[in-house]
Design a protein around this ligand. Structure first.
Ligand SMILES: Nc1ncnc2c1ncn2[C@@H]1O[C@H](COP(=O)(O)OP(=O)(O)OP(=O)(O)O)[C@@H](O)[C@H]1O
Ligand SMILES: [Mg+2]
Length: 415
């Protein structure tokens, strides 16, 4: 509709300009000097006016496009999916599962969509994220051994994440930037991108409230890249850096640590990889120490969650401060991560010169200090060369939202 109004505006305006120009030309040929000078001034102001009008209508068209095109960043980690969409940011566990209705759910306190998500896609019902983690008997992790396992399941997770944000009855097109674990192959990334692009019709149900959303959405582009690239792009953009620099990104997660090497803005595959040394390794070592001392079984996820608050852990009503053990174990895990890094960066081209080591992922809150010390001690970097983004958990997904925006502006000008 707006396009037709703009077109009519163009037409009427051009007609007026041609009309006045013809009058002006006849005056130029017949009138005295003063009238001729005045006529030239009027012609110049008309040309100016024409350009302003074209700019105005152009801007109107652009703003119309940006209203209907939304950019989203998704970080598909091995343990958590992070989603960034403007000021909306949320995390859901990287699991889908078979439905397992628990019956009456009327007294559930948390009624948020992200924690009660049921997706019905291609006539199949799935529990997604937290609901699958808590309720499903058969749970399918979306990524294992540092890579996305199946395009079909990853697509269910990405569409569900989009569905949470999508307002039904709105004609919105999406560009979705997605990050996957580093060990995921290029062909799998292309396959996932192809599966996400297109028109999708599915249903989301909130298990706690019973609310149902029918989703009808159109994804016009879906760049898929290794997870830590999101953080690299975020650091580049948030610091206003125009020229790509050589960097190594160390992304410490729960189940894996991903290492991504970048030379002249391009990912160097042989110098990138992942290691299982991460927060669960640290939690495993601390859990066995605590089990030996207390006789209680300690769950890794609960211990990792407790470590987010500090080093005082309560077991069987008794508080233990595990600071000395944590320090020792963190040092060992950090050294082990750097052994992998050492091995990988030997595959960087000889002309590469790493300007920054970027430390990211939630694991940095615990391991950051030890990784920093070890990088400096091994003379791989100086203090100034080590960067940590302000939100290490969400940095990848924020970066992928920016990648999606880049695609929307540069690659899809006429969408
Ligand atoms: N504020 C915090 N303080 C301490 N630890 C934290 C904090 N935030 C997150 N973590 C820890 O970071 C770990 C992993 O964070 P992150 O969300 O980056 O992992 P992930 O991306 O899900 O894992 P993976 O990369 O293996 O998929 C969690 O185990 C969590 O305990
Ligand atoms: Mg991660």
């Amino acid at each position: 509709m707006l396009n037709w109004i703009v077109l009519c505006g163009y037409f009427l305006f051009l007609q007026r300009i041609i009309h006045y120009s013809l009058d002006a030309v006849s005056l130029l040929t017949s009138a005295d000097l003063v009238t001729r000078i005045l006529t030239i001034c009027i012609i110049i102001s008309q040309i100016n006016c024409l350009f302003s009008a074209l700019e105005f209508f152009g801007a109107l068209k652009l703003s119309d496009q940006s209203v209907n095109l939304k950019c989203i960043g998704v970080d598909l980690g091995t343990s958590t999916i992070k989603v960034s969409f403007g000021d909306k940011r949320y995390r859901i566990p990287s699991i889908i599962g078979e439905p397992n209705p628990g019956g009456f759910a009327g007294i559930t306190q948390d009624t948020s969509w992200e924690n009660n998500l049921v997706a019905i896609i291609d006539n199949q019902e799935w529990y997604v994220g937290e609901l699958a983690r808590v309720q499903s008997v058969l749970k399918i992790p979306l990524a294992r051994e540092g890579k996305v396992k199946s395009t079909k399941e990853a697509k269910i997770a990405v569409l569900s994440a989009l569905g949470i944000i999508h307002e039904p009855h709105q004609d919105i097109k999406y560009v979705v930037g997605t990050g996957v674990p580093v060990a995921t192959g290029t062909s799998e990334m292309q396959e996932l991108s192809k599966a996400i692009v297109g028109k999708h019709k599915f249903t989301l149900k909130n298990d706690a409230t019973g609310e149902v959303k029918t989703i009808n959405l159109h994804v016009v582009a879906a760049p898929v890249l290794p997870e830590p690239y999101g953080c690299y792009y975020y650091v580049l953009k948030s610091r206003g850096i125009e020229k790509a620099f050589d960097a190594v990104i160390i992304d410490v997660g729960f189940g894996t640590t991903d290492i991504l090497s970048i030379h002249r803005g391009t990912i160097v595959r042989p110098a990138s990889g992942s290691t299982p040394d991460a927060i669960d390794t640290l939690a495993e070592k601390l859990a066995s120490f605590l089990e030996e001392h207390t006789g209680y079984i300690v769950k890794l996820e609960s211990l990792a969650a407790a470590l987010e608050k500090g080093t005082k852990i309560t077991i069987g009503g008794v508080v233990y401060d595990i600071k000395p053990q944590l320090e020792r174990v963190a040092q060992i895990v950090a050294e082990s991560i750097l052994d992998t890094l050492d091995r990988l960066i030997r595959n960087l081209p000889p002309q590469a010169s790493v300007k920054y080591y970027i430390l990211t992922g939630g694991g940095i809150y615990i391991l950051g200090k030890y990784l920093k010390d070890a990088l400096i001690e091994r003379k791989l970097a100086t203090k100034e060369q080590i960067l940590i983004p302000d939100d290490p958990v969400m940095a990848n997904s924020i970066g992928f939202e920016l990648v999606a925006r880049y695609f929307a502006e540069k690659k899809l000008p006429s969408t």
